[in-house]
Write a protein that binds this ligand. Sequence first.
Ligand SMILES: *Cc1c(COP(=O)(O)O)cnc(C)c1O
Length: 358
Amino acid sequence: MGTTDALVTRLIRPEIRALSAYHVADAAGYVKLDAMENPYVWPEDMRLDWLARLQTVAMNRYPDPAPARLKALLREADGIPDGMALLLGNGSDEIIQMLLMAVAGPEVSVLAPEPTFVMYRQIARSLGLNFIGVPLAADFSLDLAAMTAAISEHKPALVFLAYPNNPTGNLFERQAVEAILAATPGLVVLDEAYAPFAEATFMRDLPNYPNLLVMRTLSKLGLAGLRLGYLAGTPAWIDELDKVRLPYNINVLTQVTVEFALEHHTVFDMQTENLRRDREKLFQALQALPGFTPLPSRANFILFRCDDRPAAEIFDALKRGGILIKNLSGAGGPLTDCLRVTVGTPDENRRFLAALPA
Ligand SMILES: *Cc1c(COP(=O)(O)O)cnc(C)c1O
């Protein structure tokens, strides 16, 4: 054992040893409102059609490394401007990794406002990059003065902006994002993971900014289990990033299932519309409860602050009541005593509200 420890210390890079693995809570048996998943399953006839489609898949063959039909369906579904290229990822997490691998170097900086999606920092650190987190303003809007000062000081190769932001749920001002696009000498990646719930996008702005890339995922839309994300941008960027991509990163089951799902996008459109409506109901219900302050959200989750008691107490009481949400209080700073709940079905939302201690 002693010699193994010494070997690990000698061979594993110090920046890796300094990291903690991304922790995922065991959700078995709980009403699962912790991970921004879509709570709805597919109608029975759609499931049967899907199973029939799966029978056509050649499991013995490698997947298509450049699935043209899948990309065409994505272009149509998401209004990707003509002339823009697409990079597919095994979830958008993998795209974040590809972006960072492509720019990585000893003197390279990456910047994002914080609190935000933790994988930007986690993956940047694992690749030995210098990660700069710039605090958001107290209301979680972009602190433009702090952002532009940090950008001119560190000249980041990459700036990540989650639009809307996770875990805060708010959508940054369009003008503030435009100011950051203008101030950044490097690339700005707009992470639009929650686009279906935000009804706001920079997708149509792609042709106007040489340093803009837009990232999307199908995870929050209702296909988290499949792992498909993509990056849209000018071919000059995408062609280079494509060299970092492993050729068969999108498996055959994902390819055929995403095509099938996009052919049935009206089902997802309806689910999304319901979730947006139920998000407003959940927000109002939380706002009406003494002791809790929810933040307005443009995503499929709501961040709320516990005013009277520690967040851990509320989190534990919910868990005892069979409800799993996310406790963000451990991150400290502006997230102290903050919890995040994903919008579920109306019944799940009711059960969550009923399990909140009075
Ligand atoms: C959930 C999330 C992702 C990760 O999405 P996957 O495609 O499932 O890897 C990326 N960015 C943000 C802001 C997210 O909240």
